[in-house]
Design a binder for this molecule. Sequence first.
Ligand code: CMP
Length: 138
Amino acid sequence: AGNRTFTMIKPDAVGAGNTGAIIKMIEEAGFKIIAMKKTYMSKERAGQFYEVHKERPFYNDLTTYMSSSAIVPMILEKDNAVEDFRKLIGATNPKEAAEGTIRALFAESIEANAIHGSDSDENAQIEGSFFFSRVEQF
Ligand code: CMP
């Protein structure tokens, strides 16, 4: 039991062959994988996923990058999932990410930063449902 968060391993980390190492860290940190797949977003789908950042200067680059190759979205479960997962991944900018965090270990840049983590329970639900059907979320 516990509550849930949504994550997505980003194209830089998938392309570098770090998917397995990242999943291992996630499981060792006590998260249970509820749903997972390897898939792709079109530029248009990436634009929808990052709609909240539409007015930001990095929006166009971000959606181009996120649609450039494969991603691995997952729904995860653990007590205090959203907050604990954000601790596990570290700061958005890998230069500011704490030692031992997923971004400190695997991120290339503030944009190609290896992994996403939802920032609230509400967004975890919305983002998980962007990739997974209801039956896949059981
Ligand atoms: P994430 O927090 O998963 O979702 C928003 C993404 O936008 C973030 O990861 C980064 O990949 C990207 N991002 C955030 N801030 C910047 C920035 N200043 N420059 C480029 N990309 C950014």
